[in-house]
Write a protein that binds this ligand. Sequence first.
Ligand code: COA
Length: 430
Amino acid sequence: MVDESGIMAFGRYAHIVGWGKAVPNRVVTNHELEQIVDTSDEWIRSRTGIQQRRIAVDPAETTATLAAKAAREALEVADIPASKVDMIIVATSSPEHTFPATACAVQDMIGAVNAGAFDLSAACSGFVYGLGVAKGLIASGQAENVLVIGAETLSRITDWSDRNTCVLFGDGAGAVLVQSSPVPGGILATEMGCDGSGGDLLILPAGGSKMPATLETVASGQHFIKMNGRAVYRFATRIMAEATRRVLSKANLTVDDIDLVIPHQANERIIAVSMRNLKLPEEKVFRNLQYYGNTSTASIPIALYEALEQDRIKPNDTIVMVGFGAGLTWAGTAIKWGVPTEKETSLWRASQRSASYGLAKARSQWLRLSHLLGSNLVTEDGESLAQALSNRLEDWRKQLESDEEEEEQRHDPKQEKPSLPNGASSSDES
Ligand code: COA
């Protein structure tokens, strides 16, 4: 079987079945920025549309902790345990480290014991790139459940004395669980592009292998975001409409088929110009950048979450997500929404999951101890003591999951019927 994008799908469609969001508590308004740099609320609103942003002021709040929080919620909505996740993709431009990947920290935090994990670097286009990769993994039979997360703490790499950039960005994370299903629809097509000649227009110059950290790079602020705003603006206003048209054409759709566009939330003017080019009416364009600023690769999944929260998406709607970013990169995806958008999890189930995360944390700590101790402390069977304890914790967690499955079967008389995850029956699809 060949799907709309020409990929051999063999009846394996990739549906978004869970969604989550995490943003820091601290709100920073434009007025507060007036105290730090030579700017004004009026300038920021009129040039960007941004009114406030969230900033991770607590050092314990990192790209990985925000990502893990969003991921847990996405799993909750999808109603599957972390152990069923096959791959975790964290799209980010503010990873915790060059290596290990932030996705590995997320794997550990949520106890996704059967998952591979890697970071994806495509700047603000990263989340949509991640959806393209997830679709490929699912269509080719390599994965059933893929967590795609966009997560950033850009405030940590922002020069708070540079008014050209510091007014634009914010912190946050959004996550989706993409799941294999025989029901047609889901991610229909993706468009992923790049023009590397524009690499210098938006860049974090130092800290990589080309310009390793030195006293000079630190003193001259080379570890902060540098941007040619006007050039990026010109690129963005051209590529957003172009990428939308290309992905629609791959999915055999037209602009008229779109029910909702979720554009990268970088700048109100960029969104307005691009959507005007497409002749899309205002009510078909989702915006929330006034509350969060540009959260880079987290912006689209956070916007998707809020669009769902506000009932802007219904089953069978055609959704386009489109973004651009450093690289220069761009990406778009066309989605036929396939699952109910209202989700309920029982209290009992939620507490099971919470216990499971507690065990995952304890297991992680024992494993860390095990890595430190090596084989110094061993059981009578020659097994490392910490490894033995973590294995017991893993057994308990598995027991929790099988209890959960038994409970599910007791309460769900329809469970034998082939269905989309979350109960949408395959006959629901038109
Ligand atoms: N407050 C007040 N004045 C500011 C300012 C600020 N925060 N930032 C820049 N200015 C000044 C400039 O210094 C310039 O002053 P000058 O004319 O005396 O030199 C003036 O405002 C106009 O600057 P300009 O860069 O032409 O503004 P603009 O209308 O292009 O808007 C951006 C600037 C950054 C908002 C706009 O270029 C943009 O959105 N670019 C895309 C950025 C983006 O989306 N990046 C992320 C990609 S994922």
